[in-house]
Every structure is written in C-alpha cells, then in structure tokens.
Write a protein that binds this ligand. Structure first.
Ligand SMILES: C[S@@+](CC[C@H](N)C(=O)[O-])C[C@H]1O[C@@H](n2cnc3c(N)ncnc32)[C@H](O)[C@@H]1O
Length: 262
C-alpha cells in the first residue's frame, strides 16, 4: 500500500506536524475512563503524535500504520522520549479482524484515529471495532485543525494561492475536518451502534516561515513534493506572497467524535 507518506514526507511529518495539546489526551482519557490497566490502539498512528502522549496514561498502546517509514520514525521518537509501552505494528484498517484475534475480544479501552479516518473505509471499519472494546470503551475520531491552506486568515489564503498555482489544481482537500465529513462519521458511528458525543479543544499556535513550509511538505505526498532543487524557489514564492508577515498564527480546533459502546 503506497499512499505517499513514505521517505521524506514521513521525515517532514515527524519534524513539522503539530502534536496534540495535553487537554486532548485528558479528554480522551475521561471519555473512556482510561486507567493504567488499559490497552489503546492508535490506528493510522503516523509518527506517534497521539500514540505517544496517550502511552503515559495506560498500560500499553499499539500504534498501527501501513507506512513503514512512519513507524520507523515513531519508534525512534518513542525511544528518544523514553516511552517503552508502545508496540508499532505495520497494518491498516482492513487488518482490524487480525488485531482483534491477537488482542482478544473485550480487551481494548479505546481505538483512537487521529487525522486519518479519511484514508479508511469508515462504514466497514467502525462496526468491526465494536467487539474489541471492554465495557465503556470505544472509538475516538480526532481531527487536528483545519489544513494550513484552508484557514480563515490572510496568510492562509495567500498560501493557498501559491500552492494552487504551483500544483495547477484547486485545493479542496479538507482531510475530514469539514462539517459534511464530520456528519458522515457521526452517522456511521451511530449506525454501528455507538453512543456518540463530540468534544472540542481550542488552542492557538504560531509558526515561522520555515515551519510553515515544513508543514506544507508534511502533508504533500511523495510524488507532489517539490524536488530538492526547486525547494528554495518554492519557499521564496511563499515568502513573497505572505510578505510582510514572518510569524503565522493559527486558531486550532481539535475535534473528537467519541463513540462509546453501550
Ligand atoms: C495525516 S497522518 C496522521 C498521523 C497521526 N495519527 C496524527 O494524528 O498526526 C495519516 C496516517 O494514516 C495512515 N493511513 C493511511 N491509510 C491508512 C489505512 N487504511 N489504515 C490505517 N492507517 C492509514 C498514513 O500512513 C498516515 O501515517
């Protein structure tokens, strides 16, 4: 499965992708009454943005991702942070039945899906997760802010103009953060028999130009990443379009659709 998250994209993701503030982990722990006896599965774990902070709250986390390069960097980050209770597993949404066979039914406190459900077949996946959960456990569909090029700020609109011109296509990808996707996910959770709530955590962030460009690289696929020899021109175009701003402020809303088993 090659989704374009390998190689340099994984490196940019690990380096520049924003993580989740502690209030998000608190909200997830509260939602499923997680304890140090629990196991959590983080599906589409990337380089561990959600798996690593959750690991401090539970006995074990299984981070699952189909991209080996993401897992290598997740593992390296875990080691650097001295987190030793996360297992990194190559796999995808379609492997949930095998994961259930490994862990056993009724054993999992939560499955978290951070900024990744838009890559999965949610109508098939969500009912399949049900047998994994202990009583009161469930699934959290988490988004981590509006994409950099779709925010309601002058710099974001200017960035979108540069990216659309560079790529020659209109940028409409919301990565599951838009209201229609959220409605679809909620409907799918309800249809799969979960009790559903939504929680949000609002916070702000600020980036330098280098961080903004790195953030853009982290969400491009390997085949749309500007080649190394064009990167200084790419960054210069962004700098010119966003001039005179040099710091870029974001209002970030993390949404959690929480589906609890009955
Ligand atoms: C945008 S990243 C999210 C990473 C991290 N969870 C976060 O919150 O930042 C999406 C991740 O989903 C993974 N992914 C793509 N298709 C998937 C699938 N079918 N099943 C599981 N993970 C998938 C990708 O390899 C990538 O690491």
């Amino acid at each position: 499965m090659d989704l374009g998250f390998g190689g340099e994209v994984a490196e940019f993701y690990q380096r520049y992708r924003r993580g989740y503030p502690p209030a998000v982990v608190d909200a997830l722990a509260d939602a499923f009454a997680l304890t140090p006896n629990d196991t959590v599965v983080d599906l589409g774990c990337g380089t561990g943005q959600l798996a690593l902070p959750i690991a401090a709250r539970v006995r074990a986390v299984v981070g699952v991702d189909p991209e080996p390069d993401m897992l290598v960097l997740a593992r390296r980050t875990a080691r650097a942070q001295q987190v030793d209770n996360v297992s990194w597993l190559l796999g995808a949404d379609v492997d949930v039945p095998a994961l259930g066979a490994l862990l056993g039914g009724g054993t999992v406190g939560a499955v978290t899906i951070g900024q990744a459900l838009h890559w999965m077949d949610h109508d098939t996946l969500l009912p399949r997760l049900g047998p994994l959960f202990r009583k009161g456990g469930g699934v959290a569909v988490v988004t981590n802010g509006t994409p950099l090029w779709l925010q309601d700020t002058a710099w974001s609109r200017a960035l979108r103009g540069v990216l659309e011109q560079w790529r020659g296509v209109e940028l409409t990808r919301t990565c599951g953060t838009d209201a229609a996707s959220q409605r679809r996910y909620r409907d799918s959770l309800v249809a799969a028999g979960y009790d559903v709530d939504q929680t949000t955590v609002d916070h702000t962030g600020e980036m330098s130009l280098d961080e903004l460009v790195g953030g853009v690289y982290s969400v491009l696929s390997v085949d749309t990443l500007p080649p190394p020899e064009q990167r200084s021109e790419f960054a210069a175009r962004i700098r010119r379009a966003l001039h005179p701003e040099t710091r870029f402020r974001e209002d970030i809303r993390v949404t959690m659709l929480v589906g609890r088993t009955r």
